[in-house]
Design a protein around this ligand. Structure first.
Ligand code: ATP
Length: 295
């Protein structure tokens, strides 16, 4: 579904250049439910905005299904956004219309694209658990319920890819579990590919694969050891301290030409700056600080 290779994004502001993505590689399979984590400023939103067609890449390859997002024309980009992606932000609910009902809010974007499908709008609200509340005005719903209306809206164009940027950032744990449950159900039942950007390791721990971004590059991949274990709401929570390692195996990402990113804390612990020695003992590759040349 998604194939990024050597993806670069440079923001130019006046005489300053910020390299937000510096040759990022990422593959996401059709029908996958996965998360992207990373510190603030690591490039997560930049990546999601490019995948959502809201921002243009500077260089590299980025494909979503049949679309080449580097070469895509403006007209095709409009079509791509309309047909392929659904977007959910942390504060999506802010864009909803308070004086309309939940159902009318879901029908609104359908109306704008010229095709209102009331049965589907109702089905969407049922999927997000708001069957009984669909005729309530938006201001009569709680923040978490409004966020669920926003999820229903993001699916109104029947997207193949759902991009969620901190979707549970402003809701409580119960609602967060509920939203994660909705993503999983949608993923299983309609096969939609879901990519979630989050700071929340508990949330990330509930998907099969997590990709960590560091300084605009994919650095570590976490793959669930036993994909049959699902951590739905209500089941044991992941211990925050052990983070993803509790259920996931961590792998360092090696790119096509053999480069990998060594965590800064490892380098500083060994006082490795611009050079290191590397040995292969037949089983392991060992990186050590350079031996003093002074003799
Ligand atoms: N429109 C912009 N103009 C200039 N620089 C930008 C712009 N958007 C993002 N950046 C810079 O690009 C880098 C990556 O930002 P991005 O928002 O993608 O990070 P993030 O991982 O999503 O962070 P957060 O978790 O805080 O949202 C940062 O250094 C940021 O300052």
């Amino acid at each position: 579904m998604i194939d990024c290779e050597g993806l670069v994004k440079i923001y130019k502001t006046d005489d300053l250049e910020v390299v937000a993505l510096q040759g990022l590689n990422l593959k996401v399979e059709d029908g996958e439910l996965m998360a992207i984590i990373g510190n603030s400023g690591s490039g997560k939103s930049t990546l999601l905005n490019i995948l959502g067609g809201l921002d243009r890449p500077s260089a590299g390859q980025v494909r979503v299904g049949p679309w080449d997002l580097l070469k895509i024309s403006e007209e095709e980009l409009v079509q791509y956004k309309r047909e392929t992606v659904g977007f959910i932000w942390q504060n999506n609910a802010r864009n909803l219309l308070p004086y309309l009902s939940a159902l009318e809010n879901v029908e609104m974007p359908m109306m704008l694209s010229g095709k209102v499908d009331r049965a589907y709008a109702k089905q969407l609200l049922e999927w997000v658990g708001l069957k009984e509340r669909m005729h309530n005005k938006l201001h009569q719903l709680s923040g978490g319920e409004q966020q669920r209306v926003a999820i229903a809206i993001s699916l109104s164009n029947r997207p193949k890819l759902l991009l969620a940027d901190e979707p549970t950032g402003s809701v409580d744990t119960t609602t967060s579990d509920l939203i994660m449950g909705i993503f999983r159900q949608l993923n299983r039942e309609i096969g939609i590919t879901v990519v979630i950007v989050t700071h929340d390791l508990t949330l990330a721990g509930k998907v099969d694969r997590v990709v960590a971004i560091r300084d605009g590059l994919t650095s570590t991949e976490f793959i669930k050891r036993n994909p049959n274990i699902t951590l739905d709401g209500g089941e044991a929570e992941l211990p925050q301290a052990s983070g993803l390692q509790a259920v996931h195996e961590a792998y360092v990402v090696v790119d096509r030409v053999g480069r990998l990113q060594v965590p800064k804390e490892y380098l500083s612990a060994l006082q490795i700056k611009d050079k290191a020695t590397m040995e292969f003992d037949g089983e392991r590759i060992i990186i050590t600080p350079p031996k003093s040349l002074g003799g």
